[in-house]
Design a binder for this molecule. Structure first.
Ligand SMILES: NC(=O)c1ccc[n+]([C@@H]2O[C@H](COP(=O)([O-])OP(=O)(O)OC[C@H]3O[C@@H](n4cnc5c(N)ncnc54)[C@H](OP(=O)(O)O)[C@@H]3O)[C@@H](O)[C@H]2O)c1
Length: 227
């Protein structure tokens, strides 16, 4: 199988690529960064917008859109530009990515699209107004596209809680911050990129062949449990 990842420098993406490659699949990465390790083929883009994605020949069996932001600010300090930027990177970029490669996906017999949402899309959290709006839009896209593309293409998302990657490092920069985050989580731990990657590769694989239009929480129970 051949899979295509946008935002390929993501730690979660790198873990997912490793799992897929260990199973004998081919993984192509698209990133704003250069010289990425761990992919069979890499393409550099300036940004994730309509018209910026390179043409790729042949069938693609699965698409995953990883780019995201964590722009947490008090509501009064969030500018219209902040909202637009988060919406562009998290939601509109995903639209442009899927539109660009839908033709490649249609050449495959086993087709799956996976988006990366956040626990904040469905659980109210202070300072998350902009990212929660953008990820909630992505969840709306997940369900709407799943309906429109069924039965040929499955569309799902994973919604992680705080996971240890460069994007979240400022929330995990001291032992005290890490301990406080662990305590808040029902399973008393923050996520690892590998734990989120396992859920993504499951949704790409035939093991999830009867699952579409779902938002899979990978969050230690953060979004649904109150202890
Ligand atoms: N870490 C968490 O706690 C957490 C929680 C919930 C959801 N998520 C989601 O998980 C996804 C993957 O992130 P990660 O945690 O693996 O973090 P990461 O390793 O820091 O990767 C960051 C990702 O975002 C892209 N990116 C960052 N800033 C960008 C910008 N200004 N414009 C365009 N793209 C940008 C990067 O793409 P390039 O390859 O181009 O660099 C990369 O795909 C994101 O969608 C994020 O919202 C993460």
């Amino acid at each position: 199988m051949t899979y295509l990842f946008a935002g390929a420098s993501s730690q979660i993406a790198i873990e997912a690529a490793q799992i897929l490659k260990s199973e004998g699949n081919r993984v192509i990465g698209i990133s704003t960064k250069t010289a990425l390790q761990g992919y069979d083929e890499c393409h550099q883009v300036d940004r994730y917008e309509t018209g910026t994605f390179p043409a790729i020949e042949g069938a693609i069996d699965g698409l995953v859109y990883f780019p995201g932001t964590i722009n947490l600010k008090p509501f009064a300090r969030l500018s219209a530009q902040d909202f637009m930027h988060d919406y562009q990177v998290n939601a509109l970029g995903a639209v442009a990515f899927v539109q660009n490669y839908l033709g490649n996906l249609k050449k495959s017999n086993s087709r799956s699209i996976v988006f990366i949402s956040s626990v904040a899309a469905q659980s109210g959290m202070p300072f998350h107004a902009s990212i929660a709006m953008a990820k909630a839009a992505l969840e709306g896209l997940t369900r709407s596209l799943a309906a429109e593309l069924a039965p040929a293409i499955r569309v799902n998302a994973v919604a992680p809680s705080l996971t240890n990657t460069p994007l979240s490092e400022r929330f995990l920069s001291t032992p005290e911050k890490i301990e406080a985050s662990e305590k808040r989580n029902p399973l008393k731990k923050i996520g690892t990129p590998a734990e989120v990657a396992q859920a993504i590769t499951f949704l790409l694989s035939a093991n999830s062949s009867w699952i579409t239009g779902q938002i899979l929480a990978v969050d230690g129970g953060m979004g649904s449990l109150k202890l």
